[in-house]
Design a protein around this ligand. Sequence first.
Ligand SMILES: [Zn+2]
Length: 189
Amino acid sequence: MNRDRVEKLIRELLVEFGEDPQREGLAKTPERVAKSWEFLLRGYGADLKQITQQAMFTQDTNNMIVVRDIEVYSLCEHHMLPFFGRCHIGYIPRGKVLGVSKLARIADAFARRLQIQERLTQQIARAVMVSIDAEGAGVVIEARHLCMMMRGVEKQNSLMTTSSVLGSFHSSGATRAEFLALIGKGRYD
Ligand SMILES: [Zn+2]
């Protein structure tokens, strides 16, 4: 991201809003917004291989591993407004496990981009699956979208839930049910 160019564009945007970009409160806004976007969109520069390889451990287990309530903050690609909530990740390893903090970093690498919740959910599940050649993986994200809450009518409390299940989480109803029970979502049937 070219910081100077982004700042210039934001200054132009302020003029379009009918604002005076020179006034005291706004003078440094383009700089702040540019910095903030660099942070919020840093997922584009994330090196997923590096993230996953650093914290991969060999462990002889094929029990399900579940990490609940990973906070995710993202920006919807339709309105560039935040959506945020919780991500639950489960997987069944096949010899290799991921450190807990790495699951959060994987989620972050995909969340810090312009996204839709469905794709974000899928990308995290695939990354977990592929990086450790897991037997199966499942991801559930529950999020609130400011584009609905701030713009829409009477949608203040809507929580969107998306899920992606791969491998044995997809093929086995029992595995999927175990995952959903462990994240406190009960059963499908
Ligand atoms: Zn939106």
